[in-house]
Structure formats: structure tokens, C-alpha cells
Design a protein around this ligand. Structure first.
Ligand code: DGY
Length: 315
């Protein structure tokens, strides 16, 4: 009988399907599994349904001789050492597609809230500072007629772009991220940053994209432009972003992801007056989290049943 680890409480529908596949070893709490426990459980497991908070590296793979599949319940899989998995013959899968629309929705929610000053306006109201209507009160930046710059013309980048006409925004994409399609409105970096009023990040975290959005980017960006990151924290050089905000070079940032998560009010960016920070909630809808869990289970089922998993990333 297959032994299947599940590293967090997941949707009951997904768990039920998983039970039919083998013996479940469940980390049934709401907090990330302790790394030592995960390493020891992996030693005699056949499959693992993991979260983006679980680091699974060369050491864990080397001491897991039975392990056939790690099914990450996320589209990103930068928490897993892919080369080590491949060396050990372990299949790694992710959960693309099912979270595309939810993440695109959050991107727009952040962009609208950031540019229209929603959070400061709410805070002012609650603090009793809304004394009268003023011609220059709570002024934001209008999205209509502006240019949205998409970094990463993949599924999520394109889903964000599809919503732009409804807000009257023109879309440009960064061309070096767009090799997979000929339809993207791609521009070279300098031109892209010079025209974008809001730059939204939709690339995966890889060695190439780590620190991609750096001091040079902020110096080339349109003065007062906005940055939205719903991808991965380390894609932005946080010190460079902080400097750009403090120097008033950019208008603000909406960050759903951070270098080190979780972040709290002591983080200089999370608490910055020009930053709207949220706790990595891009895919956090009832519908999407259920679909992600089911997709992760489908990948495990395929591997354990000797079929090709739909979302095999280290093939
Ligand atoms: C992912 O799937 O990679 C998101 O960051 C969380 O849903």
C-alpha cells in the first residue's frame, strides 16, 4: 500500500480522493510542517502533497528511496530542488491553470486599491479624518487611459492583460519574457519601463528572475509609476524598492509576496505608507483552493497508477 504524506490540512473533497490511493500520513494543523518531521516522514513515503512553504532539497530526496512523486499545491515550485528530484527519479508536479483567474483578480484588486488610495482613505475615515468633501481630498491616480506593463506573458500575465480593456488601460509586455508567444505586445526593457504607469510581475522565481526588478529598473521606470507583485518576493530587490519609494521615484507598490514570509508590521515595506501589503493571497478563494487540492491529488493518482501526471514539471 502506498504511503502518502499531506503536509497541511486540505479540502475534504481532495482528501477523500487521496484516501482511495493509499495510507495517509497527515500533518493536520494549520501551520507548516516542521522540516525535521517532513524529512523523517519522507524516508518511507511513496508520495507527498506539499505546500509552497515546505523546502524539499537534495538531502530529503537522497534519503527517500521509495519516493515517486512530490505534488506541490501551487503553480510555483521554487521551494523544491528540481535537479535533486530529477537525479533521484522523483516526479515533481504543480497546479497550474486552476489559480490563474483568482491571481489575476487579486492583481487587479491590488492595482485598483493602490492607485485609488483605498486603504489610506478607509483608514482616514475610521480615524475620524473625513470632515468634509474636498476637491483635493484622497486623490489617487486614474487607471483609465494609462498603460499597464506585464512582466511575464504566461497564463497569469495574459489573464491580467485580458481584464485591461474593461478599465480602459493599454497593455505592454516585457519582450524578453515573451518568447513563448508571438501575440504578446512585447517591448524591450527600457521602452517598456518608460511607458508603463503600472508594472505587474508574473514570472516564476528562477535563478534568472531572482532580483530581476532592481535599482536599474526603478531608475528607468516612469516617475510615479506603480509596482504590483503577486508572483514571488525575491523577484524584487526589496532594498532597491524601499529606496525608490523613499526617494519618491515611484508612486507606490502593492506586494502580496515577500522575500521572507510571513512578513508583519515590522517589515519596512509592509508598513510603508506607499505600500499595500497582503499575506500571499493570490489564489485564496474557496473555489481555487479546492481546485488546487484536487489537481494536486490528480497528479499523485496518475503517478501511483503508472500514468503520466498532467502537470509534470521535471519531465
Ligand atoms: C502559487 O500557486 O504559486 C501561489 O503563489 C500560491 O497559490
Amino acid at each position: 500500500m502506498s504511503r502518502i504524506i499531506v503536509t497541511r490540512r486540505i479540502h475534504a473533497d481532495a482528501l477523500e480522493k487521496l484516501r482511495a490511493l493509499g495510507e495517509l500520513i497527515l500533518w493536520e494543523t494549520d501551520t507548516p510542517i516542521d522540516p525535521n518531521t517532513l524529512a523523517s516522514w519522507l524516508q518511507d513515503a511513496d508520495a507527498c502533497l506539499s505546500m509552497l512553504t515546505d523546502r524539499i532539497g537534495a538531502q530529503e530526496f537522497a534519503s527517500a528511496p521509495r519516493l515517486k512523486v512530490v505534488s506541490n499545491m501551487a503553480v510555483g515550485y521554487d521551494n523544491i530542488d528540481l535537479d535533486a528530484a530529477t537525479r533521484q527519479g522523483v516526479v515533481i508536479t504543480n497546479t497550474p491553470d486552476v489559480l490563474t483567474e483568482a491571481t489575476a483578480e487579486l492583481t487587479w484588486a491590488l492595482m485598483l486599491a493602490l492607485m485609488r488610495q483605498l486603504i489610506p482613505a478607509r483608514e482616514a475615515l475610521l480615524a475620524g479624518q473625513w470632515r468634509h468633501w474636498k476637491p483635493d481630498g484622497f486623490l489617487g491616480t486614474e487607471l483609465y487611459g494609462k498603460t499597464l506593463g506585464i512582466v511575464g506573458w504566461g497564463r497569469i500575465g495574459q489573464a491580467v492583460a485580458r481584464r485591461a480593456p474593461a478599465f480602459g488601460m493599454r497593455v505592454v509586455a516585457l519582450n524578453r519574457q515573451t518568447t513563448r508567444t508571438t501575440e504578446s505586445p512585447g517591448l524591450p526593457l527600457e521602452e517598456f519601463l518608460a511607458v508603463a504607469d503600472a508594472v505587474s510581475i508574473h514570472v516564476p522565481l528562477t535563478p534568472e528572475t531572482r532580483g530581476l526588478v532592481n535599482e536599474q529598473w526603478f531608475s528607468l521606470m516612469k516617475p510615479g509609476a506603480f509596482v504590483i507583485n503577486t508572483a514571488r518576493g525575491p523577484i524584487i530587490d526589496e532594498a532597491a524598492l524601499l529606496a525608490a519609494l523613499n526617494q519618491g521615484r515611484i508612486g507606490g507598490a502593492a506586494l502580496d509576496v515577500f522575500h521572507s514570509e510571513p512578513a508583519d508590521g515590522s517589515h519596512p515595506l509592509a508598513s510603508h505608507p506607499k505600500v499595500l501589503a497582503t499575506p500571499h493571497i493570490g489564489s485564496a478563494t474557496h473555489e481555487t483552493r479546492r481546485a488546487m487540492a484536487l489537481r494536486a491529488v490528480a497528479n499523485i493518482a496518475a503517478v501511483l497508477q503508472g500514468a503520466t501526471p498532467p502537470d509534470w514539471v521535471n519531465r
